[in-house]
Design a protein around this ligand. Structure first.
Ligand code: DX5
Ligand code: ZN
Length: 222
């Protein structure tokens, strides 16, 4: 049975009590904390940087932190996120001039690299680096904002990405990001995702444990 990972995106958390929100969502069953970094340049929105990641670690958060960089350029931020306690660091291939160099920087800094693929981005980017990455973030919305609707056209890409992973023989998380909720998680999993980012789908509900339990029940029926 697949070991599905649930990764709540703190983009939809209440920032006035972020530590408590993250503790609550972990207690409710979250596997990873998804950390959306936006720079008002690569995407038209501005969120948070390494100091917030460090604060979560200082607060006692131990689970993997899944940093999703929606920034351009990328390289300058790698070391500071690594030092701030990031586990995974994923970036958009269009946002860096040398993809393998960025991957190497992430590895040298002691983190696990990933590529984030927009709905309109080709999976060709995976070909040259599949041996080097540990996670693929398949975007099912255009990056920039929480609370958007899932783009169903991405499902076929998910299947293709899954076959690329299988062919590589490597263990790589295939994480779907955008518009994931308890009511569509099972149908998405059928296309090959094994990790699920959900922002508004979890933080927008009143009982995180009930929501994550519901997600796991849906996944268990596959
Ligand atoms: C979008 C972000 C997502 C987003 C998910 O740019 O990468 O992680 O916060 O939020 P929901 O689950 O609300 O679509
Ligand atoms: Zn994200």
């Amino acid at each position: 049975m697949t070991d599905f990972k649930i990764a709540p995106s703190i983009l939809s958390a209440n920032f006035a009590c972020l530590g408590k929100e993250v503790e609550d969502v972990i207690e409710a069953g979250a596997d990873f904390i998804h950390f959306d970094v936006m720079d008002n340049h690569y995407v038209p929105n501005l969120t948070f940087g390494p100091v917030i990641c460090q604060s979560l670690r200082d607060f006692g958060i131990k689970v993997p932190i899944d940093v999703h960089l929606m920034v351009e350029p990328v390289d300058e931020l790698v070391d500071s996120f690594a030092q701030a306690g990031a586990t995974f660091i994923s970036f958009h291939p269009e946002a860096t001039s040398d993809i393998s160099n960025t991957i190497n920087l992430i590895k040298q800094a002691g983190c696990r690299p990933g590529l984030a693929i927009n709905p309109a981005t080709s999976l060709d980017y995976l070909k040259n680096c599949i041996e080097e990455i540990d996670i693929i973030i398949m975007m099912s919305v255009n990056p920039g904002f929480a609370g958007q609707s899932f783009i169903p056209e991405v499902l076929d890409k998910l299947t293709l990405a899954r076959s690329i992973i299988t062919e590589s023989g490597r263990e790589i998380f295939l994480e779907i990001d955008g518009g994931v909720k308890a009511n569509n998680i099972a149908s998405i999993a059928k296309y090959g995702a094994d990790a699920f980012v959900s922002g508004s789908g979890i933080f927008g509900t009143s009982n995180y444990k009930k929501t994550i339990d519901h997600m796991r029940e849906e996944l268990a029926q596959l």
